[in-house]
Design a binder for this molecule. Structure first.
Ligand SMILES: Nc1ncnc2c1ncn2[C@@H]1O[C@H](COP(=O)(O)OP(=O)(O)OP(=O)(O)O)[C@@H](O)[C@H]1O
Length: 254
């Protein structure tokens, strides 16, 4: 079966900083796939290249068999992408944002309306549908970002830190939405530092460090009987405060 995402030898530098360094990754179609890695590991850079927003310096990326570069248009049709802090049009209302995205995707107006109604209801944004997005909290912005990414019912959804800023109720709703989408045949790929969510939802996980893949496999295999968080620290290396660090914190506060 054609992988949902196939990346080979992907490289990206910003000046002298090599952000992604020869990354190979295959995400099986129909999987729930987590990408984890320390801060600055290159996750966002890699995801933006998959989404067709950043051109790799070398290597190739295909989404459901369609090459993303040099012409990302077809791959973008198959993909829904939610950025860490979704760049939406702040002056549009949530409803207008959905109408505009649906038009860009070439969906019929009636379909945009009915799917938009569904998404706004499920994501608990119905009452805020007429408010400008600029007035939204980060959690609300993430939810409307997800609605925009799902409106065209893409084959692959890729989400950068989707659960940050969501309260527990909305985390549960988002998890249920993603599981439903996955049961219908979609592939979900998301990056997260919240490893218990990765452990709960994903069948497979990739760990990226220093711009390269350092581990990939079934979650249970990688965790090896410990928590995924412990396995992650074993793989990427932990860091502890030395005895003398911040010693002033041990004295009584003024
Ligand atoms: N536009 C840019 N210009 C310069 N350097 C960049 C740019 N984007 C990313 N980098 C650098 O590339 C490296 C990887 O950054 P990236 O944001 O991809 O990491 P990340 O794994 O998503 O990190 P985090 O978990 O902290 O969000 C970092 O050293 C970062 O400073």
């Amino acid at each position: 079966m054609t992988p949902a995402i196939a990346a080979t030898g992907v490289v990206k530098s910003f000046g002298s900083v090599r952000s992604v360094s020869g990354l190979d990754l295959a995400v099986p179609a129909g999987s729930f796939f987590g990408i984890a890695g320390p801060n600055g590991a290159g996750k966002t850079t890699f995801i933006r290249m998959i989404a067709g927003l950043l051109r790799p310096d070398a290597g190739s990326i295909a989404v459901a068999g369609e090459q993303v570069w040099p012409n990302p248009r077809r791959a973008k049709e198959l993909l829904g992408y939610v950025a860490d802090n979704p760049p939406l049009f702040g002056r549009l209302s949530a409803r207008e944002m959905l109408d505009y995205s649906g038009m860009l995707r070439g969906l019929p107006a009636a379909e945009i309306r009915s799917r938009g109604d569904d998404l706004l209801r499920v994501l608990d944004l119905e009452e805020d549908a007429a408010r400008p997005i600029a007035d939204f909290s980060l959690g609300m912005t993430k939810r409307i970002g997800l609605a925009v990414a799902m409106l065209h019912n893409p084959r692959v959804l890729i989400l950068d830190e989707p659960f940050g800023a969501l309260d527990p109720v909305n985390t549960q709703v988002m998890e249920q939405m993603l599981q439903k989408y996955r049961r219908a045949g979609g592939t979900v790929v998301f990056s997260s530092h919240v490893l218990d969510v990765v452990e709960r939802l994903c069948d497979r996980v990739a760990i990226i460090a220093g711009g390269a893949l350092v581990a990939e496999g079934a979650v249970a295999e990688l965790a090896h009987g410990e928590s995924l968080q412990d396995a992650f620290i074993d793989i990427v290396g932990g860091r502890e405060l030395a005895e003398g660090d911040l010693s002033w914190l041990s004295s009584s506060p003024a």
